[in-house]
Design a protein around this ligand. Sequence first.
Ligand SMILES: [Zn+2]
Ligand SMILES: [Zn+2]
Length: 236
Amino acid sequence: MKTSLLITLLLVVRTVGFCSLGTYLIYGAGKAKRKFNPAVPDPATIAEEKRITVINSLQLFFPVAIIVAAYEAGFTRIYTEITAYGWIYTAGSFFILALVQDAYFFGIHTFMHASPGRFIGHHVHHRFLNPTPWAAYAMSGTEFQLQNSFYVLIVFLLPLHPYVLAAYLVFSFASNVIGHSGYEIWRGTSRVVGSSEVHYLHHKLFKKNYSLYFTFWDRLFGSYVAGSSRPIGEER
Ligand SMILES: [Zn+2]
Ligand SMILES: [Zn+2]
């Protein structure tokens, strides 16, 4: 219980810290380039994004408690001795996590947009058409826990070191904040990795760009749309 509460507290600090830092750097310090939607998001909408994101981050306690209890009972594949799998696997497992979560997210996201998946309430996240970093966790409680179920499942399937999991949880949330920034943070030059504009276009067009990190699932299923900052030949 104490371990679960401590991990949840760290994750809440991460969530609020990254959202605040992202908002300060992008809106306060003017560190970003082009804003995709020129309108400034209204304060009431930002307040709603904040409220939902903070409530959801507190509810991280539930998946954390399940994982910690399963680990303590010896059921997970979490390992603490790096020599058990070696440095190469330990470092590589970070990228495996990203690839598997990208596929998982593409699957559940496509399902949530289809009629049978409407009960999950994905429309809550799509209320934020002109998102700010605080939209990162602004979604229905059901969708939030469905997304967290990736972590609950993966610890039983993939050998993972706690340091890799911790680094991944920082990386994935930073990526989430950038995806919802509403600004071009850097010029998109990759054909494989998405950008903040790619996810902004998902909020704008609904039926395009379902992926989390990479673009290949959307390309494969014909739902990819490139942002205007994409390389020459890929403009919308
Ligand atoms: Zn979004
Ligand atoms: Zn969506």
